[in-house]
Design a protein around this ligand. Structure first.
Ligand code: NAD
Length: 355
């Protein structure tokens, strides 16, 4: 995976370094945009090489949330919290309570939820300190809980749409390669299996890979080798930056559609996909199911409203692909143009690979 340095021409509205020595908390909260509403986006717990890498990840992810929330039609801006995973054991409740106090200080400017490395119990610890958190256990049939199944559902529907357009076919019998069997990837495997797709999977945790292989009759490939898999659809569900120039050259899929944020190492890699005739379903257009659930919980929508908005994931992708075809743009550029028009943002943000 590529380590990217953020080089933005749409700088965030504010960046907040958060630190609590006693709790072992060290992180950053980025409010990229509050133009459409409170900056909403999950909290990532990950081990970073240094503070610059942590801040860079937070900025990219926060900007992605601005675009994602706008394209999903949510009355929310974009933000993200990124926390450095402490070395050795730590008191998780205390750690997330300290994070909750940092969120509370922003007074509703930032709304948090789960992301990679965090879960429902962590958000409950945050809730002890602030009400600006979602992804809590659902109550009385209202939206809530782990947003991942909603993300998986949205990606699945987008994949159906992409398969129809690109291959003129439904998913039944198609070879689909899923990279990463975490919360979203494993849920997606269940949906794909049910739809009759033939699964190829890669996951660093051998026990998890073996379990999915048995349950869904999937073939296991190595973490790197899956890029070469003979398949119709490549489904990135691990971390970002997986598609750089070399990876794009290696892909044998006709479609890329997955949950991972910031799949493209650089925008040029999206152009490379288009040049190779591979349909790229832009990440933030297809993986908004989870944030729709989070928004519904935070804003007090009912479950029917959340479901209806997630079920429109295929239509949202279709709108982007239609715009791309009309304007002669690659899909990721079409999505950026549509998102920017909704946000009223100036020029595009750029990323360049770390030297
Ligand atoms: P997760 O941490 O539960 O799962 C990630 C999985 O990828 C883990 O099982 C991990 O072992 C595996 N992995 C790590 N490196 C890998 C590699 N090189 N090859 C294959 N597998 C690898 O995270 P998640 O919640 O399932 O999210 C997956 C991706 O989707 C992330 O990029 C996340 O930001 C994005 N996303 C998630 C949601 C959500 O609702 N959870 C919403 C939008 C976007």
């Amino acid at each position: 995976m590529v380590d990217a340095v953020y080089d933005s021409s749409t700088p965030p509205e504010s960046v907040h370094r958060i630190h609590d020595e006693d709790a072992g908390l060290d992180g950053v909260i980025v409010l990229h945009s509050t133009r459409r509403g409170p900056a909403a986006g999950g909290c990532r717990l990950w081990r970073y090489a240094d503070r610059a890498a942590m801040a860079g990840d937070a900025m990219r992810l926060a900007e992605g949330m601005t675009y994602k929330n706008a394209m999903a039609g949510l009355p929310l801006g974009g933000g993200k919290a990124v926390l450095n995973l402490p070395q050795g054991p730590f008191d998780r409740r205390k750690f997330f309570a300290a994070f909750g106090r940092a969120v509370a200080k922003l007074d509703g400017g930032y709304v948090t939820a789960e992301d990679v490395g965090t879960g429902v119990a962590d958000m409950e610890a945050v809730r002890g300190e602030t009400r600006h958190v979602a992804g809590l256990p659902p109550q009385g049939g209202r939206p809530g809980g782990d947003p991942s199944p909603w993300t998986a559902r949205g990606v699945f529907l987008a994949m159906e749409e992409a398969a129809r357009r690109q291959l003129g076919s439904e998913l039944k019998g198609m070879r689909v390669a899923v990279q990463g069997l975490g919360h979203v990837g494993s849920a997606l495997c269940g949906m794909l299996h049910q739809a009759g797709a033939r699964l190829i999977v890669a996951e660093p945790r051998p026990g998890v890979a073996a379990e999915i292989a048995v349950r869904y009759d999937a073939e296991i490939m190595g973490r790197d080798a899956i890029l070469d898999a003979r398949c119709a659809i490549f489904v990135p569900c691990a971390l970002g930056g997986v598609l750089d120039a070399e990876a794009v050259r290696r892909l044998r899929a006709r479609i890329v559609c997955g949950a991972a944020n910031n799949v493209l190492a650089t925008p040029e890699d999206g152009d490379r996909l288009a040049d190779r005739g591979i349909l790229y379903a832009p990440d933030y257009v297809v993986n908004a199911g989870g944030i729709i659930s989070v928004a519904g919980e935070y804003l007090g929508w009912d479950a029917v409203e959340v479901q209806a908005r997630v079920e429109a994931s295929g239509e949202r992708l279709a709108a982007v692909l239609n715009h791309a075809a009309r304007e002669g743009l690659a899909p990721h550029r079409a999505a950026d143009a549509l998102a920017r028009a909704r946000i009223g943002a100036p020029a595009a943000a750029r990323m360049r690979e770390a030297a």
